[in-house]
Design a protein around this ligand. Structure first.
Ligand SMILES: NC(=O)c1ccc[n+]([C@@H]2O[C@H](COP(=O)([O-])OP(=O)(O)OC[C@H]3O[C@@H](n4cnc5c(N)ncnc54)[C@H](O)[C@@H]3O)[C@@H](O)[C@H]2O)c1
Ligand SMILES: [Zn+2]
Length: 349
């Protein structure tokens, strides 16, 4: 078992342990006197893991209920949240009760947002089961849903009371989503950990996935502790994401996964910054080789001009500029703000 302490406004622990899903009730009981717990999960995860969590909660004296929604990003919208509120109401959830998110990033983002807003905020626990949610989305307190007009446009910062990570759950994660999560793992190596990057180069990620999870959440912890509400340094977690989001948009969010888009975005921006002398020589090639090793793309069929155009509506834009995250070298990054009027010159369009 490994623990990572997160010292945000409301401090909490991340606990990484094989089999923790079956012991969730014990951990949660040690933190709360809540009477009732609602487990929120999707149609893929609930049949495999919900009973383990519900059983453990019951054993520890919770009155439990289960809310299940159709798996997939298309459920991440206000209509599902409304159904969740109805479920909470019908099960007499009060401010001192608890919401347990059991699933991937979609589940965590939605259950977290429902918890943040129901009765102006109730406690919640993250039990992430996808690689992406274990290394990234379950830590940091960002919750929310998509609107027709864009992803993650409505949300709240709401910290969980504990994050319980069970690496064993990855055994049932479809390969496609495993690869997707590795896109974010490579990102962490790029921005903050040369050691992680080198290990990913030399070994096979699956052989040291527990170390990977520990390292990634520790990096994310360090970053969010300094910038809980995303006003500054947290932007570095967005490496690869500015072009990544553009690629997702250009593909209508259908033909490319988030991890693939981020990987291609990271490779493209790094080739450009290296050509401009802003990144140590050889970095782009190393990144490309690593992405290829894990079956992730390092290019796109869209032209650079289309990609740059599609970044203009990026949610992370500030005033008339966008903060691009560039690598200094493997394991070190910095923020470069570019004004939109300088795009053409910078990108040689
Ligand atoms: N809050 C944040 O900071 C943050 C950060 C990054 C991404 N996100 C969000 O996370 C979401 C993507 O997360 P995701 O990739 O986990 O998506 P997801 O929740 O849809 O999970 C991916 C798929 O894997 C299935 N699954 C999950 N765990 C499983 C398991 N153990 N066994 C079998 N199947 C399993 C799910 O049912 C789903 O089909 C996006 O909505 C994104 O916006 C949020
Ligand atoms: Zn991401």
């Amino acid at each position: 078992m490994r623990k990572v302490q997160v010292r945000t406004g409301k401090p909490y622990e991340i606990i990484i342990e094989d089999g923790i899903v079956s012991k969730a009730g014990e951990y949660i009981r040690s933190l709360t006197k809540a009477m009732r717990a609602v487990v929120v999960s999707d149609t893929n995860v609930a049949p495999i893991y919900a009973e383990k969590v519900l059983g453990s909660l019951r054993e520890n004296g919770f009155e439990v209920s289960l809310f299940v929604f159709e798996a997939g990003e298309s459920s991440k919208r206000l209509a599902t949240i409304e159904k969740m509120y109805k479920h909470f109401f019908e099960h007499n959830i009060t401010r001192t009760d608890i919401v347990v998110a059991l699933g991937g990033g979609v589940t965590g983002d939605m259950a977290g947002f429902a918890a943040a807003s129901y009765l102006r905020g109730i406690y919640f626990v993250q039990i992430p089961t996808s690689l992406l949610s274990q290394v990234d989305s379950s830590v940091g307190g960002k919750t929310g849903v998509d609107l027709e007009t864009g992803k993650n446009l409505v949300g709240a910062f709401w910290q969980p009371i504990v994050v319980l990570i069970d690496p064993k759950t990855l055994d049932t994660l479809p390969e496609k989503f495993y690869t997707d999560g590795l896109g974010e793992v490579v990102k962490y190596g790029c921005i903050r950990s040369k050691t992680l990057f080198e290990r990913l180069e030399k070994e096979n990620a699956k052989d040291f996935i527990r170390d990977i999870i520990f390292e990634c959440v520790s990096i994310k912890r360090d970053v969010v502790e300094k910038d809980e509400c995303d006003k500054g340094e947290r932007a570095i977690l967005n490496f690869g994401h500015t072009f990544g989001h553009a690629l997702e948009k250009l593909n209508n969010y259908k033909f490319i996964t988030h991890g693939e888009a981020v990987s291609a975005g990271a490779a493209i921006i790094t080739r450009i910054s290296e050509e401009k002398g802003l990144t140590e020589k050889g970095t782009a090639k190393r990144l490309e080789l690593l992405l290829e090793k894990y079956g992730l793309p390092c290019n796109s069929d869209f032209s650079l001009s289309d990609i740059v155009k599609a970044t203009r509506g990026d949610k992370k834009s500030t005033g008339n500029g966008i903060n691009f995250i560039l690598l200094k070298s493997v394991g070190e990054c910095y923020i470069k703000k570019l004004n939109t009027e300088d795009f053409e010159e910078f990108f040689g369009l």
